[in-house]
Ligand binder design. Structure first.
Ligand code: MOS
Length: 696
């Protein structure tokens, strides 16, 4: 049990503190770092998917007025650590995927750098490449663990026997597409060396993690690297760890003593250099009795990684704990392909991994003749099926019932294709959401009294999520003062250590450190501090996860309309109800949740990175062809939450909400599309070509 804060500022609606500086364009982003006379770097990328660079001709580029340097594997510095092959920029002639960095040009202007990059010619010894994921490859392998450190496979009881014995079963294969993180702000790094020390202005989800990774690759002490990032225009996981361009910027600046170097990726470059969500192939098996109670749940996943670095998405982990079933099995198998390195994208694991099982639940509900909301309620576990621990709080049933009520589920005709409105077939669907309520083991904070105001300092990140505001509310309640007496300083390694903004753990972790610092401050200085008084706090040892299963839950309801003649798909309504502990700032929380749901709708209907097997190239690598939901697609998206008291998660009683909004959305929409049309689409995205053949 944690000593919970008395919420006064927490729970009240607060405008973003960074709002005015953002809308007026004065909030500085990484590419706007305040440096004198910067040079500009442009990356050159391999245009073969596998092979070796045998010759490089940079003469024309080097002769271009304004070009300061052209770096290739032939003339570049050796890095101190090349253990992480993604970050071993220009350390080898080998090309492991199309789009890999093979050179960089630094020039007086970004335009000249980009033009000259096109003038460097490379000769390749090409080798046959393989970029095709399938479940029947004979080289699939079992990773040691899946992200970040879950068991790869689990098995309890006997799924095969349960499938044999069951009244009703579902055995189906589902697939999700390859998806790319596309934050509004492209990745950017400004690098400046001073007497062997490095300053980076980097668009990142964690300044301290960039610092430690970059220091290791460049062979520096951590203290020699300062990373600054007050504002981020989104990341969705793609800025959760430094990618190759960060190292490239540092190398580029080191080649030009005294000059700062700015490197901004183009939108196209982001499709090969900053991670993406692996496509997944999911074999789901469900076994149930006539009353709907599950006896078996199994999920076997096949997905891809790159040849040079493993990333194993934990797609099957949610199936391990979601519903009660005595017999359970999960597995992950990987194909190592000649593709860019996959990585984190909003709710890695849960997001793709709740698609197959939540559509399978819909298929099971139909076979049983049980309402899909009711089927989920009937399979509510008493305890976490996997660990046997109690849930610290679990309000999935409340979310399902509350959502059904708000959405108007009660009068739903269960027959698919039964509702028609003019030329439109109308259906509704439901799916559950889940995301772990995590807290990182380490973060530190300082609370200081300065010029008559309180200042909370921690090297945290605000991805656009509202950290600048939420941390002030937490500090205010921990100090027992109004929020407008508290300033927050974040986004700099000069500040106390902060964990990365990942796994929806930021507010939980940093907030805990701030509460500790505020309590220490009050213990030390009482209610009437002097200027300069200061106290530190750190996240205390946290044992709750050994005794409790800690998760946020949700239920999402979708209405889908499919045009009977054209197959055009619209989502006029999407409603989500979430149980995520205490909500710190309703305004930014709602924004996070509807943002996640919008991204889930985008995943369901629009997004799809098309990897050309002939070239290894994501051919739709821009916003013209990689379709993302627009305002016109997001008609009526509502997020609600239920009151939830959880004294085990952290002193705020809050659970992370950055990711749960995208979990389950795609299944709710696919289920609604089926209900509208009677056509079951099991591979995302749900596009009209998949529906049309089944429409009369
Ligand atoms: Mo999030 S994908 O854990 O940054």
């Amino acid at each position: 049990m944690t000593d919970l804060l008395q919420p006064k500022a927490i729970g009240q609606d607060h405008a973003r503190r960074d709002g005015p500086s953002k809308v007026s364009g004065t909030a500085p982003y990484a590419n706007e770092a305040p440096v004198d006379n910067p040079a500009y770097c442009h990356l050159i990328q391999a245009d073969v998917a596998r092979g070796r660079v045998t010759a490089t001709d940079a003469a024309e580029a080097e002769a271009t007025p304004g070009v300061l340097a052209v770096l290739t594997p032939r003339n570049v510095e050796r890095l101190a650590s090349t253990e992480d092959k993604e970050l071993a920029v220009l350390q080898t002639d080998e090309v492991a995927f199309r789009g890999q960095i093979v050179g960089l040009v630094i020039a007086e202007t970004p335009e000249v750098a980009r033009q000259a990059a096109g003038l460097v010619s490379f000769t390749y010894a090409e080798q046959p490449h393989d970029v095709t994921l399938s479940a029947d490859r004979d080289d699939l392998y079992k990773p040691d663990t899946v992200n970040p450190s879950f068991a790869t496979d689990t098995s309890t009881g006997d799924v095969d026997a349960a499938m044999q014995a069951a009244d009703v079963t579902v055995t189906q294969t589902y697939s999700t597409a390859m998806y790319h993180n596309n934050p509004m702000e492209p990745h950017a790094t400004t690098a400046l060396w001073n007497d062997g020390d490095l300053v980076l202005w980097d668009s990142t989800q964690g300044v301290h993690s960039v610092r430690s990774t970059v220091a290791k690759v460049l062979g520096l002490a951590k203290e020699q690297v300062r990373v600054i990032c007050p504002y981020v225009g989104g990341g969705f996981g793609s800025k959760g760890m430094p990618h190759a361009h960060v190292i490239a910027a540092a190398m580029g600046a080191r080649a030009l003593p005294g000059r700062a170097v700015k490197l901004a990726l183009t939108r196209q470059q982001m499709f090969s250099l900053v991670g993406y969500r692996t496509p997944t192939i999911q074999r789901v098996r469900l076994a149930a009795a006539k009353d709907g109670r599950l006896s078996a749940i199994a999920l076997d996943v096949v997905e891809q990684t790159s040849r040079i670095k493993e990333f194993a998405e934990q797609t099957a982990v949610a199936a391990r704990m979601m519903y009660a079933a005595a017999h359970r099995a999960t597995s992950h198998r990987l194909a190592a392909l000649d593709v860019p390195v996959p990585s984190w994208m909003r709710a890695p694991g849960e997001c793709p991994g709740m698609f197959g099982p939540e559509v399978a639940m819909d298929e099971l509900a139909e076979r049983l003749g049980i309402d899909p909301v009711e089927l989920r309620i009937r399979n509510e576990p008493e305890r976490d099926p996997e660990s046997g621990n109690p849930f610290s709080s679990r309000n999935l049933v409340t979310c399902l019932r509350d959502g059904a009520e708000r959405f108007g589920w009660a009068d739903r005709d269960p027959r698919p294709g039964a509702r028609r409105d003019g030329g439109w077939l109308v259906g509704t669907g439901v799916a559950s959401s889940v995301y772990p309520a995590s807290r990182m083991p380490k973060s530190d904070a300082t609370v200081r009294f300065e010029d008559g105001r309180y200042v909370a300092e921690i090297g945290a990140a605000d991805l656009g999520t509202g950290t600048w505001t939420t941390l002030a509310l937490i500090a205010a309640d921990a100090l027992g003062v109004p929020a407008d007496e508290v300033d927050v300083r974040i986004g700099d390694t000069e500040q106390p250590f902060a964990s990365v903004a990942g796994g929806s753990s930021g507010t939980s972790t940093w907030g805990t450190a701030i509460v500790e610092a505020a309590r220490a401050f009050r213990d030390k200085f009482g209610q009437d501090p002097q200027d300069g008084d200061e106290a530190q706090g750190q996240v205390p040892e946290y044992r709750a996860s050994e005794r409790y299963a800690l998760y946020a839950f949700g239920a999402q309801f979708a209405e889908v309309r499919v045009h009977a003649d054209t197959g055009e798909i619209r989502v006029p309504r999407l409603a989500g109800v979430f149980a995520a502990g205490r909500v710190v700032n309703p305004r930014t929380a709602r924004s996070q949740l509807i943002g996640g749901m919008t991204m889930g709708m985008s995943m369901a209907l629009h997004e799809n990175s098309v990897l050309d097997p002939a070239t290894g190239h994501v051919v739709n690598h821009d916003f013209a062809e990689y379709h993302i939901a627009t305002c016109a697609d997001a008609a009526n998206i509502e997020a609600y939450w239920v009151d939830e008291h959880d004294p085990h998660v952290n002193p705020m009683g809050s659970k992370g909400i950055g990711e749960i909004g995208i979990v389950g959305t795609a299944a709710a929409i696919a289920n609604a599309a089926y209900h509208a049309t009677g056509v079951r689409v099991r591979d995302l995205p749900v596009t009209l070509d998949k529906l049309l053949p089944g429409l009369d």
